[in-house]
Design a protein around this ligand. Structure first.
Ligand code: P6P
Length: 340
């Protein structure tokens, strides 16, 4: 008898990326899906620790301070090491840049086999771990540009505009663990099924609603927001966009963005007195989120233009980030970008 597997029972993230590659890049050799499998493995290692954080004496900050000047949570270190180890085992990866490491990292002798640059924040929002608030891993995949010798100039391979991203995504360790990614062909979400240890397709082809019920900003800094941002938020709160809004701010970018992606609305981290360039990092927070937002039908701005168009000059450079649905973002472009 011939088996007809018409509809697979489940589609895992690894199967999905294979299907995408076969459909959109028939010449693909499978190195990309092998690379993504390295990313998902690292996040599963991290997930198993995040779920048991209180039990593993990982709470509280490690002794030393990372490049960001923040006290590193031990889970940050673990998540960073897990990614470096799992991606290091993929010989298609040439360069890594992490929020936890000042410089770009290269793998010995990969000058020829290494095609990809992976940029990531291993555990964004980690200060929330001690109080059991969702945290996340954010990643971006770029190609090593032609003519760049990563052994002598790894930094240059990392400093590419967001438009050059081949793929981007995040894992949010929340009430469930969800991987969301794009390779430029839509945005797809996978829920980790802990009983089988696989990310299973649960949100195919996510589209951001064209308007949402939420705006998301840390209003404690209201007095430090540029006047045009204050005008924009007053416009939203006063019903200027034709509907009533609710405020939601988790203080963990991945969680705040995930809600914005699924429910619509706008997430805002503006320039402030303490962070005049914004607090969020361009390469491994804003760019991946901006790529996902645009692929889902949304818009991502740095206050004066499209986030993805910015050419970085530093690995850890910061940027203002305003990202969300069409209605809220067109109003933002009218009220804030126009005056930038
Ligand atoms: P604030 C977490 O520390 C983080 O980097 C992002 O995940 C989050 O969006 C932001 O900082 C929160 O910053 O200044 O509102 O506490």
């Amino acid at each position: 008898p011939v088996l007809s597997l018409s509809e697979p029972v489940i589609i895992t993230a690894e199967q999905h990326i294979q299907l995408q590659q076969r459909q959109h890049s028939p010449e693909a050799t499978g190195t990309f899906s092998w690379l993504l499998a390295g990313l998902t493995l690292a996040t599963k290692l991290t997930e198993s620790r995040v779920r048991r954080a209180g039990l593993l004496d990982v709470l509280g900050s490690a002794e030393h301070v990372n490049v960001q000047g923040e006290m590193q949570q031990k889970l940050d270190i673990f998540a960073d090491q897990a990614l470096i180890y799992c991606l290091g085992a993929r010989d298609s990866v040439a360069v890594i840049a992490s929020e936890e490491n000042e410089e770009a990292l290269i793998f010995e002798g990969r000058n020829k086999s290494g095609k990809y640059v992976i940029v990531f924040d291993p555990l964004d929002g980690s200060s929330n771990i001690d109080v059991n608030v969702s945290v996340g891993t954010v990643f971006s995949i770029l190609r090593v540009p032609e003519g760049i010798d990563v052994e002598t100039n790894a930094k240059q391979a990392v400093l590419q505009p967001g438009t050059e991203q081949l793929a981007a995504g995040y894992v949010v360790y929340g009430s469930s663990t969800i991987l969301v990614y794009t390779t430029g062909h839509g945005v797809h979400g996978f829920t980790l099924d802990p009983t089988i240890g696989a990310y299973v397709l649960s949100h195919e082809n996510i589209k951001m609603p064209i308007q949402g019920p939420y705006y998301s900003a840390n209003e404690a800094y209201w007095d430090e927001f540029p006047e045009s941002y204050q005008e924009y938020l007053r416009h939203i709160r006063s019903g200027g966009l034709g509907t009533r809004y609710s405020s939601r701010y988790i203080g963990s970018m991945v969680a705040d963005f995930h809600r914005t992606l699924l429910k619509g609305g706008v997430f805002i981290y503006p320039p402030t007195a303490k962070s005049p360039e914004g607090k969020l990092r361009l390469l491994y927070e804003a760019n991946p989120v901006a790529f996902l937002a645009e692929q889902a039908g949304g818009i991502a701005s740095n206050g004066s233009g499209r986030v993805l168009d910015v050419t970085p000059t530093e690995i850890h450079q910061r940027t203002p980030l305003v990202v969300g649905s069409q209605v809220e973002m067109q109003a933002f472009q009218r009220i804030v970008e126009a005056t930038a």
